[in-house]
Design a binder for this molecule. Structure first.
Ligand SMILES: *[C@@H]1O[C@H](CO)[C@@H](O)[C@H](O)[C@H]1NC(C)=O
Ligand SMILES: *[C@@H]1O[C@H](CO)[C@@H](O)[C@H](O)[C@H]1NC(C)=O
Ligand SMILES: *[C@@H]1O[C@H](CO)[C@@H](O)[C@H](O)[C@H]1NC(C)=O
Length: 278
């Protein structure tokens, strides 16, 4: 008789394979929890993530003191701050599963991703995550992608936000306000400006394009960042290019000064929170 079953009896072999399979599934699941929070899923017909541009022209600082921050960056240029806060607890609470458990029934206000945000739609958070949170179709570059960013109801989300530690650098005479969001790969906000603030990526990666206040970028306010990246960006001369960088989840916070133009592009399905100083 051929010994195809190896050393194990067929029943034991099957149980063994089942156990290995179960362990593999559990390991993948916990890796997902630790890594992407369960947010990276493939959407219909679109790539789940966009390639990252490796060049980063924004300074990264790991050990910045508050006085250095005020002297060199607060009023003059963007900077990426590393290792300022530990938001691992907040990050764990922002996994797909935990957010759906806690906030699935909350009604969230979605906006179209364009400079003036014309269209607003109210929808239960669970419906947004399950039906609208897919990678942006690269062939439809219009401004119809609805996404969840800002317009947060702070009483409903207070139990989550209380676990967030904002960057400990405030500016004299400003108050802080959070803006929390979740958006699909390929989505992003086209160029706009406002007061200074910090932006932290909790899951995913976010590519930033920045121009100083005196250098108004060339862009169409009704088109998405992805459309701008495909149509306008390649035509820019090197002196007309923005300052840019991709901010990774976890340990980095980007600071943008007052009135700096900026556009963003989520390279993955991303969870993020901004702290505006105004
Ligand atoms: C942008 O949105 C406006 C208002 O909904 C619409 O009229 C316009 O056609 C859209 N532009 C593009 C490029 O899709
Ligand atoms: C925020 O949520 C609370 C509780 O559900 C609700 O009563 C209130 O109207 C909401 N506020 C806004 C501005 O939507
Ligand atoms: C953008 O869309 C809005 C709303 O449809 C429209 O009023 C505006 O003229 C458009 N802007 C440009 C530059 O096409």
């Amino acid at each position: 008789m051929p010994r195809g079953g190896g050393l194990m009896a067929p029943g034991a072999r099957l149980r063994f394979l089942l156990a290995v399979w179960t362990l593999a599934v559990l390991a993948r699941r916990s890796a997902g929890e630790a890594g992407d929070g369960g947010w990276q899923r493939r959407g219909p017909g679109a790539p789940a993530a966009l390639a990252e541009e490796q060049r980063c022209a924004v300074e990264r600082r790991a050990d910045l003191s508050y006085s250095e921050f005020v002297q060199h960056y607060a009023f003059s240029r963007p900077v990426i701050l590393q290792g300022l806060t530990d938001n691992s607890r907040f990050r764990a609470l922002c996994s797909r599963e935990r957010l759906l458990d806690s906030f699935g029934d909350n009604v969230v206000r979605l906006s179209t991703a364009n400079t003036y945000s014309y269209r607003k739609v109210d929808l239960p958070f669970q419906e947004y995550v399950e039906h609208l949170l897919y990678p942006q179709d690269p062939t439809s570059l219009g401004n119809d992608t609805l996404y969840f960013f800002g317009d947060n109801n702070f009483s409903e989300w207070a139990s989550l936000f209380q676990h967030y530690s904002p960057p400990p650098f405030s500016l004299l005479g400003t108050t802080t306000a959070y803006s929390f969001g979740i958006a699909g790969a390929g989505s992003g906000v086209p160029f706009h400006w406002h007061g200074p603030g910090f932006s932290e990526v909790i899951y995913g990666r976010k590519r930033w394009f920045l121009y100083p206040p005196e250098k108004t970028p060339e862009f169409h306010p009704n088109k998405t960042t992805l459309a701008w990246l495909q149509d306008v960006y390649p035509t820019l001369t090197s002196s007309a290019r923005p300052l840019e960088c991709t901010v990774q989840a976890g340990e980095q916070v980007l600071y943008f000064p007052d009135r700096w133009w900026h556009a963003t592009l989520n390279l993955d399905t991303s969870v993020f929170i901004s702290t505006f100083l105004s």
